[in-house]
Design a protein around this ligand. Structure first.
Ligand SMILES: NC(=O)c1ccc[n+]([C@@H]2O[C@H](COP(=O)([O-])OP(=O)(O)OC[C@H]3O[C@@H](n4cnc5c(N)ncnc54)[C@H](O)[C@@H]3O)[C@@H](O)[C@H]2O)c1
Ligand SMILES: [Zn+2]
Length: 351
């Protein structure tokens, strides 16, 4: 088993091991031996993993209640959140009890937010089952739901007490969801880890499922380090937004038909091409990076017009007045933060 420590205010561990879902109960026992468990999942993850999770928790002696909501991003809303919180209250969960979020980022964000606010906060455990949730959303303590006017607008910071990651669960993940997660995996390579880029270039994750456990571990280590240095997103955590400024423009501009990881891939490609044009990267480095994306079946361009992407970026929450903070390529495997004005934004984007 690989164990990654996340050194936030209240430190916690991420356990990464194949087959570990069946040991959820015993692993949790070592961290929080007493308490009732409210296990929350979505309708798709339920079919594969609810029973083994509940069995494992009950075998370890926990009293378990379960709540399942329909799968999909559309469910990540305030109505569904309220249903979850009411469920916790109906089941009389107390402050010494806990929530277990079993699923992708949607389950993690929503169950986490419910745990952050129910009784002013109770413990919760993340059991991520999508690649994106394993490498990104389950670590770092950001929780939220969407509002009609935008994504993740209502949320809280709340670190879990344990993250248990079983890479074997990825066997049932739909292929496009796996590729979606690869967008974020490749992003981590640009945050000071050229060796990760080199590895993904030599052995694309989509063709080498045997590498997935070690790649998840590398990504979680990177995210854990960034988060520990900046728990509430005031500085270093901004680096995690590489590719996201234009990525959000593509997601929104395509009316969310281009999914998050795919949009981030295009957002990164746009910045890498611009960095090549500006001489920050060599043309060879730019094409190597584009090849890594393509080898993971990710797109590098879009039909969404550049003007739309730039317009949306200017209204991004990273935008303040007429300036915007950008995470720019600085070399092979490296990025830097820069504040620029809206009128110069186009110089950093080549479609
Ligand atoms: N909190 C954070 O820091 C953070 C970071 C990144 C993204 N997010 C959020 O995460 C969400 C996206 O997460 P996601 O991509 O995991 O989406 P998701 O939770 O909707 O999961 C994608 C799909 O895969 C299914 N699924 C998950 N695991 C499966 C498995 N093992 N087998 C079969 N099907 C499985 C789900 O039912 C769903 O249909 C977004 O709402 C985003 O805002 C949060
Ligand atoms: Zn992202």
């Amino acid at each position: 088993m690989s164990v990654v420590k996340v050194r936030t205010g209240k430190a916690y561990e991420v356990h990464i091991e194949r087959g570990s879902l069946s040991r959820l109960g015993t692993q949790l026992k070592a961290i929080k031996p007493e308490g009732k468990v409210a296990l929350i999942t979505d309708s798709q993850v339920e079919t594969y993993y609810l029973k083994p999770s509940v069995d494992s928790l009950r075998d370890a002696g926990y009293d378990v209640v379960t709540y399942v909501f329909p799968q999909g991003e559309a469910q990540k809303n305030s109505d569904e959140l309220l249903k979850i919180v009411n469920f916790l209250a109906d089941e009389s969960l107390t402050r010494s009890d806990m929530v277990v979020a079993l699923g992708g980022g949607v389950v993690g964000d929503m169950a986490g937010f419910a745990a952050a606010t129910y009784l002013r906060g109770i413990d919760y455990v993340q059991v991520p089952t999508s690649l994106l949730a394993m490498v990104d959303s389950s670590v770092g303590g950001k929780t939220a739901v969407n509002l009609p006017s935008g994504k993740n607008l209502w949320g809280a910071f709340k670190q879990p007490i344990l993250v248990l990651c079983d890479p074997d669960t990825l066997q049932t993940l739909p292929e496009d969801e796996f590729i979606n997660g690869c967008g974020e995996v490749i992003k981590y390579g640009m945050l000071g880890y050229p060796e990760l880029l080199d590895q993904l270039e030599a052995s694309p994750l989509v063709d080498h499922p045997e590498d997935v456990e070690s790649v998840i571990e590398q990504c979680v280590k990177i995210k854990a380090q960034v988060v520990a240095n900046d728990e509430t997103e005031k500085g270093q955590r901004q680096f995690l937004n590489f590719g996201h400024t234009f990525g959000h423009g593509i997601e929104k501009g395509s009316h969310f038909t281009v999914h998050h990881g795919y949009s981030v891939a295009i957002g990164m490609a746009m910045m890498m091409r611009a960095a090549g044009k500006a001489g920050v990267l060599s043309q060879e480095e730019v094409s190597r990076f584009l090849h890594i994306l393509e080898a993971h079946h990710l797109p590098t361009t879009t039909d969404v017009p550049l003007s739309t992407i730039l317009d949306i970026a200017k209204h991004d929450k990273k935008s303040h007045g007429h300036t915007i903070n950008l995470v720019l390529p600085a070399g092979w495997g490296y990025t830097e933060l820069r504040t620029t004005t809206h009128d110069k934004l186009a110089a950093y984007a080549v479609l």
